[in-house]
Design a protein around this ligand. Structure first.
Ligand SMILES: Nc1ncnc2c1ncn2[C@@H]1O[C@H](COP(=O)(O)OP(=O)(O)O)[C@@H](O)[C@H]1O
Ligand SMILES: [Mg+2]
Length: 251
């Protein structure tokens, strides 16, 4: 299967500083861009992942962690709510979006993420677009609750399915170094030299640096990886050809 994985940043489609609100205009524009790429035939099979934005990040910050079952259950609750809103918009844009609860198919063992991919791969074969999200999950060995970020999930899915392309759509136009977008970013060489820009609003999974770090050990299985902003034209380029502005991530 030729698979694209697209991670839509939580901070793109919601405001991390404003709890529980979806930016419908941005999400609709992204959904339309993806729909065009499907119609044009440059995407065959697609897995979507979205981040926690003003839902999950906000709740984790309110509780301080997901250590308690109360915090865990609240994160699960608000992220399901966010996912159903996102799926609704994707459906209205004509996509065969199928919400899958991350906590039901993902778990950790001593902090390492594992996925049960059977439902996702069957859904792909059956023409659906699975839509997963950054979530709280169980660590089945340590018996604690942990956060699985949308970024880590996207990398893991891309790795597990040997994706042809992995595209991160985020608030910034790419990885910044000295204020400029880096064209090509090497995970083994360039992590020291990237800018350290503070993340705006609530964030519990670490912004751009951790987005990149989660690719170490996973990028080898993936065709091409791009980090782009949310301009629909650039998103289409990243999905079908090469983005005019954006960062290609390489080993
Ligand atoms: N060198 C960098 N280049 C780009 N963004 C950076 C950099 N360092 C930190 N950041 C921060 O990382 C953020 C992107 O991560 P995040 O807010 O988690 O986005 P997402 O919601 O897409 O996961 C940017 O908005 C920026 O604030
Ligand atoms: Mg993030």
């Amino acid at each position: 299967m030729r698979i694209h994985v697209v991670k839509i940043g939580g901070s793109v489609i919601s405001d991390k500083s404003k709890p529980f609100s979806i930016d419908y205009a941005k999400l609709e524009a992204i959904a339309e861009a993806i729909g065009e790429c499907i119609d044009r035939g440059c995407i065959d099979k697609l897995v979507l992942v979205h981040g926690g934005g003003g839902f999950g990040h906000y709740v984790v910050q309110e509780f301080g962690s997901v250590e308690s079952s109360e915090a865990f259950l609240r994160v699960v609750e608000v992220m399901r709510e966010m996912n159903s809103k996102v799926v609704e918009v994707l459906r209205l844009a004509g996509l065969k979006a199928f919400g899958i609860d991350t906590h039901a198919i993902a778990y950790m063992r001593r902090g390492k993420l594992f996925l049960d991919t059977a439902t996702i791969s069957a859904a792909l074969r059956m023409g659906l677009i699975p839509v997963l999200y950054g979530d709280a999950v169980l660590d089945v060995v340590d018996e604690v609750f942990r956060i699985a970020s949308g970024d880590e999930l996207a990398w893991e899915l891309a790795y597990a399915f040997r994706a042809e392309r992995l595209v991160f759509v985020t608030r910034v136009p790419g990885v910044l170094r000295r204020g400029e977008v880096v064209r090509k970013f090497s995970l083994s060489r360039d992590l020291q030299s990237m800018d350290e820009v503070a993340v705006r609003g609530h964030d519990v999974t670490g912004g751009m640096r951790t987005k990149l770090v989660k690719g170490i050990g996973r990028i080898a299985g993936v065709g091409s990886v791009y980090i782009v902003g949310h301009n629909p034209r650039v998103i289409k380029q990243a999905l079908c050809s090469e983005p005019e502005i954006g960062t290609q991530v390489v080993e």
